[in-house]
Write a protein that binds this ligand. Structure first.
Ligand SMILES: [Fe+2]
Ligand SMILES: [Fe+2]
Length: 173
């Protein structure tokens, strides 16, 4: 009887392990998203401090807030990769696009966020294909925040176009 119980527990542990083990390709995609997040955290932290240095305190706060959003994304991805029994890679950074002027920063950020949105959409498709609803939910939550980042960058671009760079910058002090 005790022997049977031990076998049952052993089978249950292995069953759980099979259930938790994530799809290898998906884990690798999550790691690539993690590299994107770790890259933009650095990109935004540097840019927000550059804005602080120029006295554009509104831009400093807005970009700093985005850096913090990206930190949450990195944390959530790490958490999910570990849950799926993968190994999170935190040592990889992609090439950074740090703007030398505010216009360059906003245009780079818009391009970066658009690329990230497309990558999250692709990752969601893959997570659906491998029937990983928990990952679909997480990636969808992050995707919505990334769309908010695109929206922010596009509003800034429109304001620069409409009011001119000087007026825009005056509004950021
Ligand atoms: Fe992000
Ligand atoms: Fe973002």
């Amino acid at each position: 009887m005790i022997f049977l119980k031990i076998i049952q527990i052993f089978l249950f542990i292995n069953y759980k392990r099979t259930m938790m083990k994530g799809n290898e390709k998906l884990i690798s995609v999550l790691n690539s998203l993690l590299a994107d997040e770790l890259t933009v955290i650095n990109q935004y932290m540097v840019q927000s401090e550059m804005c602080a240095n120029w006295g554009y305190s509104k831009l400093h706060k807005a970009i700093r807030k985005q850096a913090m959003d990206e930190m949450f994304h990195a944390e959530w991805l790490i958490e999910r990769i570990i849950f799926l029994e993968g190994l999170p890679t935190v040592s990889k950074l992609n090439p950074m696009k740090i703007g030398k002027t505010v216009s360059e920063m906003i245009s780079n950020d818009d391009d970066t966020e658009l690329k990230v949105v497309s990558e999250y959409n692709d990752a969601i498709k893959l997570a659906r294909e491998v029937d990983d609803q928990g990952t679909v939910d997480l990636l969808t939550k992050i995707l919505k925040m990334e769309e908010g980042h695109v929206d922010w960058a596009e509003i800034q671009r429109a304001q620069i176009d409409q009011m001119g760079l000087e007026n825009y910058l005056a509004s950021q002090i």
